[in-house]
Design a protein around this ligand. Structure first.
Ligand code: COA
Length: 393
């Protein structure tokens, strides 16, 4: 058993349209730097986990593919899927494997090569992450539509506007422009968002995360291994909360919040003994698959009271220097959202922020030494909230 588990190595591929590489090559792009930062070789890995939704890609046996490509066979492996929370679910498997004493060093990889299928096929497949029978098959809802229901409910109850949602995209593109791995590295203004074509009212093109190819990798180690290897640069997993929601949206009472996210957050805060998140955590990566869900996440994570999330973005309080910086790597909106890689990419960002290795112009003040990630699968069907820290619990 290992009481504490640390990230000791990280790697990140360029996100975007990656027709230049096949799946193993795309995986290796993040695995190689992860091995280098951890100062390890493939033979040192006890077990590896691959988070990939994968149904849009040619290759399905990704763990075996990378075992062959990166010389990881015959070590044990597992493929994990939890819709858009796949990446953090994969971290959960690695984390619990080490905590339970089954492994000392686990490689966790998130990967997606979505653009191997045409967009309408991809959008239909993502749509199945909701309730297929009740929503997709009979009503034709796809993800922009699902989240638009949440966005409009939030507008109606709290008076948020399309301009407010656009401000989230402007912030995330601002930081995406400073992240060399981001899909979109261009700043935009509110007008750019408002003038872009509607996808599902109130969301326009620039309110949406894109369809992305990419991979991200972390190497996790037990406390004993960290000591034995004398590793100085590491980030501890302080707590992880996991919540599950209903499949069918009509079974939910409130569209201005995600119950699974509130549950996961409170579970994580209890374990990490955090009472006032915005004061005790230095920054966060939240699941901005569309702009409105970022604002809803501020509230589900208790960065502010219910209904006040819109004020945080209006007053630029989630920029660096504000109350709590959020998605200062560009978020899903500008960095991109390769479904299975997103949760792992968030962990890479937590590691970089806490060790002050973020790119110029997007390093937050990390005086508390704590960073939070919030990764949502479906429309709150699954939520993982993970708190990372420089000091172990
Ligand atoms: N933001 C900004 N620009 C975007 C974009 C986005 N999210 N998505 C695509 N673009 C740009 C492309 O770069 C391209 O620009 P170009 O013509 O200058 O090269 C142009 O828009 C058309 O791109 P394309 O991929 O053909 O767009 P599309 O209309 O087929 O798809 C969406 C756009 C928004 C419908 C699609 O990306 C989508 O469904 N996103 C949501 C994905 C999702 O649901 N993920 C899971 C969430 S939990």
């Amino acid at each position: 058993m290992s009481e504490n588990v640390a990230i000791i190595g990280v790697g990140h591929s360029k996100f975007g349209t990656r027709k230049d590489v096949n799946i193993p090559e795309l995986c290796w792009e993040s695995m190689k730097p992860a091995f280098e930062t951890a100062n390890l070789e493939p033979k040192d890995i006890d077990f590896f986990v691959v988070g990939t939704a994968g149904m849009w890609s040619s290759e399905q046996a990704v763990p075996a593919l990378i075992a062959e490509y990166a010389d990881l066979a015959p070590k044990g492996s597992m493929r994990v899927e939890a819709a858009c929370a796949t990446g953090n679910a994969a971290i959960r498997v690695g984390y619990t494997a080490i905590k339970s004493g089954l492994a000392d060093i686990v490689l966790v990889l998130g990967v997606e090569k979505m653009q191997e299928s045409p967009n309408p096929t991809i959008i239909e497949m993502i749509g199945r992450f909701g309730s297929y029978f009740w929503e997709f098959e009979n009503f034709g809802l796809t993800f922009p539509g699902y989240y638009a229901l949440h966005g409009t409910a939030y507008m109606l109850r709290y008076g948020a506007t399309e301009e407010d949602f656009a401000r989230v995209a402007v912030k995330n593109h601002y930081y995406g422009a400073k992240n060399p791995y981001a899909q979109f590295q261009k700043e935009i203004d509110v007008e750019t968002v408002l003038k872009s074509p509607y996808v599902a009212w109130p969301f326009k093109l620039f309110d949406c995360s894109p369809i992305t190819d990419g991979s991200a990798c972390v190497i996790l180690a037990s406390e004993e291994k960290v000591k034995e290897m004398g590793i100085e640069e590491k980030v501890w997993i302080l707590a992880q909360g996991v919540g599950t929601g209903t499949a069918n949206l009509s079974r939910r009472e409130d569209f201005t919040s995600l119950a699974s996210a509130r549950f996961a957050a409170e579970q994580a805060y209890k374990i990490a003994k955090i009472e006032e998140p915005a004061k005790e955590i230095d920054g966060a990566n939240v699941h901005d698959c569309f702009t409105a869900p970022e604002i809803i996440a501020y509230e589900d994570l208790r960065f502010c009271k219910r209904g006040e999330g819109v004020e945080l973005i209006r007053n630029e309080q989630t920029y660096i220097g504000g109350k709590i910086p959020v998605n200062v790597d560009g978020g899903l909106k500008a960095k991109g959202h390769p479904i299975g890689a997103t949760g792992v990419s968030q962990a890479v960002e937590a590691y970089k922020q806490l060790l002050r290795k973020a790119d110029p112009g997007r390093q937050a003040d990390v005086r508390n030494g704590r960073w939070l990630t919030h990764n949502v699968g479906g429309t709150g069907h699954y939520t993982y909230v993970t708190i990372y820290g420089l000091e172990k619990r």
